[in-house]
Design a protein around this ligand. Structure first.
Ligand code: MSP
Length: 514
């Protein structure tokens, strides 16, 4: 049984600002990481920025900056955004780091020595913006890039190619033998469909004369590495396979077992599944490195019908939402509102609706229960057995655990919120205010209050990965010594613990008061 989990987000292009779509993948990674930590795993969570390539070079030029200056500025923006959204990453990697450049070159050299790369002449269509070669059929009579609709140009140039075609069969077999390697199944089928056509070799270089902002090939410094190959390798760099000082103790490619490699889970949006599920594993096979254990491709955040993206100018800024509603509200909305694998549509109304759920169901439960404990028992949790919610608690915990095991965070959160709703219903049925008036029912009231203290403790653990700040505030109100794990929350002795009233967990923002 492995006790370690290595999970990654894509590294985001440092040419644009972080938006809600980027925040989604990163929060998802953070929530899973927090669950795994709760479960006792040793976790390594990697995120970072993708800083080479044409887009960076163009974006820098447009702003009158050197690419390196823009990269520094934007890497800082992403890092700060993640800090503000309480992302507890273990490493923030940048592809311009010397360590990463060293690993890219070491892998390319290894592929070269294993005869997995050859030089050839490429003649065909090229989109400068997307840094991609296209076939005659792809560009059509209009000669436009199928991805960005910009005009393509005809090029004839020397290129280095990776023998990707040689790995087609092995890759198909791997996917067929590991049904959960790509989730959800729609994306797995998409890749299997793609692999029904013959796989081409992959151009892995660009002439320096056209694009200087990249990692030079170790065996030909007139060429730089194709940005996607450079970017994918970040996951290996991040694992610490090759340490920068190159001392005798570094794990190395022959035996990466002392590093974090292979990754347990690569998270990404569905837009970049092909690079991760085809280019990446075949490159690893050719380099003789183990494959990542799982790849998850989620859907898109859309506005209306269109994907949220910088080039379309329809992005939502997660940090602006955070200003009004708080960090945890943004995290909750993202995790609760996107079913795994589907697209989700952002609207301000929807965001507010989800916020009100937090405030009116969870927040309200906490304030009612704590107030009653204070009012009727001076804040001291009575020494009584729980009565009435044990089954709901057990069912919720097992629903949450199986949802997390299947990477269905939205289901885990729906189940958790449902428990809070059930607990509010419990208050209505038990009517503690009536029990408090009747001296003969003191034992019933003790039961009610002990049950509420228990369910709040469990909810505190269940919500912790998604709303860590507010759950810390709840743990403080409950007089707990930190936030318990889900397992511990069910059995932690609570009798005699003193609870105190606190500020509302999810206050009504000014905006909603009008
Ligand atoms: N730099 C590459 C990834 C290299 S990984 C080795 C890249 N960067 S990106 O900045 O475009 O970010 C891509 C990722 O951001 C997507 O895969 C997805 O995880 C997230 N999203 C960007 N826009 C998104 C939406 N509108 N909706 C959901 N996620 C989105 O591609």
């Amino acid at each position: 049984m492995t006790t370690r989990r290595y999970l990654t987000t894509p590294i985001y292009y440092a040419s644009g600002e972080p938006h809600l779509g980027h925040a989604y993948t990163t929060v998802l990674g953070d929530v899973l990481a927090r669950h795994y930590r709760q479960q006792g795993f040793d976790v390594f969570f990697l995120t970072g920025t993708d800083e080479h390539g044409q887009k960076m070079q163009e974006a820098a030029r447009a702003q009158g900056l050197e690419p390196a200056e823009l990269a520094d500025r934007m890497a800082e923006r992403f890092r700060r955004a993640w800090v503000e959204l309480d992302i507890a990453y273990d490493r923030f990697i940048r592809t311009t780091e010397p360590e990463h450049i060293g690993v890219v070159q070491a892998i390319l050299q290894r592929l070269w020595e294993r005869d997995q790369i050859y030089a050839d002449t490429y003649a065909g269509w090229y989109c400068i913006h997307e840094e991609r070669y296209w076939t005659e059929k792809d560009v059509g009579e209009e000669r436009l890039c199928p991805d960005c609709a910009r005009p393509v140009q005809y090029v004839e140039e020397k290129n280095y190619f990776f023998r990707m075609s040689a790995y087609q069969e092995r890759l198909v077999r791997h996917i067929e033998e590991h049904p959960d390697w790509i989730v959800p199944a729609t994306r797995r089928n998409e890749i299997l469909g793609f692999l029904q056509k013959p796989l081409q070799d992959l151009s892995i270089s660009r002439p320096k004369a056209r694009l200087a902002w990249g990692v030079p090939l170790p065996f030909d410094d007139e060429h730089v590495c194709y940005v996607w190959v450079d970017a994918l390798i970040n996951y290996v760099t991040g694992s610490g396979v090759l340490t920068p000082d190159g001392g005798p103790d570094q794990p190395g490619f022959e035996d990466p077992s002392g590093s974090w490699w292979p990754a347990d889970l690569h998270l990404m949006g569905k837009d970049i599944i092909t690079t991760h599920a085809v280019y990446w594993p075949t490159l690893l096979m050719a380099a003789g490195l183990p494959l990542p254990r799982q790849i998850l491709a989620h859907g898109w955040w859309v506005v209306g019908e269109t994907k949220m993206s910088k080039s379309l100018g329809n992005v939502v800024d997660p940090l602006e939402l955070r200003e009004t509603f708080g960090t945890d509200a943004v995290r909750w909305y993202l995790m609760r509102d996107m079913p795994m694998g589907s697209d989700a549509s952002y609207t301000p109304e929807r965001f507010i609706q989800r916020y009100e759920e937090l405030a009116n169901v969870l927040g309200n439960l906490a304030s009612r229960a704590v107030s009653m404990l204070v009012k009727y028992r001076n804040g001291v949790v009575p020494d009584a057995a729980g009565n009435g919610l044990d089954e709901a608690i057990e069912q919720t915990v097992s629903a949450v655990e199986s949802a997390i095991a299947d990477l269905r965070v939205h289901d885990a959160m729906a189940a958790s919120m449902e428990l809070a709703r059930t607990a509010n219903g419990y208050i209505e049925t038990r009517e503690p205010w009536a029990q408090a008036k009747d001296p003969d029912r003191a034992a019933d009231l003790d039961e009610t209050l002990a049950t509420l203290a228990r369910v709040l403790t469990v909810l505190c653990a269940l919500f912790q990965p998604v709303t860590p700040r507010r759950m810390q505030a709840l743990a403080d109100m409950l007089g707990l010594d930190g936030i318990p794990t889900i397992g511990r929350a069910r059995t932690l002795p609570l009798a005699g613990v003193t609870v105190t009233r606190g500020a509302p967990l999810f206050p009504k923002p000014e905006l909603l008061k009008e």
